[in-house]
Design a protein around this ligand. Sequence first.
Ligand SMILES: Cc1cc2nc3c(=O)[nH]c(=O)nc-3n(C[C@H](O)[C@H](O)[C@H](O)COP(=O)(O)OP(=O)(O)OC[C@H]3O[C@@H](n4cnc5c(N)ncnc54)[C@H](O)[C@@H]3O)c2cc1C
Ligand code: FES
Length: 259
Amino acid sequence: MNRPVITTILTSKIEAPNIKTITFRSPGKVTPGQYFMIWIPGVDEIPMSVSQITPTVIGITFRKVGDATNALFQLQNGAQIGIRGPLGNGFTLTGKHLLFVGGGTGIGMLTPLVEQARKKKLTTTVILGVQTKEQLFFQHRFQRTGATVLVSTDDGSMGYKGFASELAKDVLAKERIDAVYTCGPEQMMTALLSLCKNIPFQASLERYMKCAIGICGQCCVGRGLRVCVDGPIFDGNTLKKIEDFGSYHRDAAGRKIRF
Ligand SMILES: Cc1cc2nc3c(=O)[nH]c(=O)nc-3n(C[C@H](O)[C@H](O)[C@H](O)COP(=O)(O)OP(=O)(O)OC[C@H]3O[C@@H](n4cnc5c(N)ncnc54)[C@H](O)[C@@H]3O)c2cc1C
Ligand code: FES
């Protein structure tokens, strides 16, 4: 578990500008919300949540933001990477009518969870929030599951004009929602949490990770919760007690960076 296993990129697909999905052979059972540490030889090892789960193949979907993701973006089918995982806890589905809110790249990792919910015949509403319509991806994958799919764009180029959390407020006012699941910018997730007073809530957190096995303390939030092993999925009650949530994260040197 703690050493990267070398694997081959089976497929790669550009989903939107600067966003790509790559797949590799599944190492075994993987739960939606879990992640892999992806080692790009000679560059870095970075965490990536799963965006595709089949019995044989796992996919990750990522945005080019820096050295490691740029290098991963350049790799073609047949290239070799290292994987450690699956790691972390994953989501737990509860209730009958569920609302999923994905913002930006966070849309990717919600896809296998929505697919799982639909396989269980749960009523599923999905909000996909992006800045502008060109950045939207996976809309058809969500629609194929039979989920109700709503889109929000900050600039109004498609669907609801405004933030995904504002559209979620409308949905929560109109529908009886049993639980909310989210991944995206932390300010979007804190806005959602404030709307979910009595509604079960689960969110995926991103923090800088090094060991990913709970030893180094790099990814700690609140009072000693390690995102790498206690998360990355946290429920609403836990998040309400994490003072960093929506306020700051830490860089590689442990310095606080405000959102
Ligand atoms: C559990 C988890 C799941 C993630 N899943 C996805 C995903 O599915 N798709 C996606 O596009 N991104 C995902 N990320 C974020 C992704 O890991 C970072 O964008 C990536 O590490 C950036 O590396 P870089 O060298 O390209 O950029 P850099 O220029 O090094 O950094 C860009 C940003 O990424 C952060 N970052 C850099 N290295 C790490 C690291 N080792 N751990 C965490 N954050 C880091 C930096 O703090 C900075 O905010 C996830 C992060 C976590 C913690
Ligand atoms: S990354 Fe080392 S404890 Fe979480």
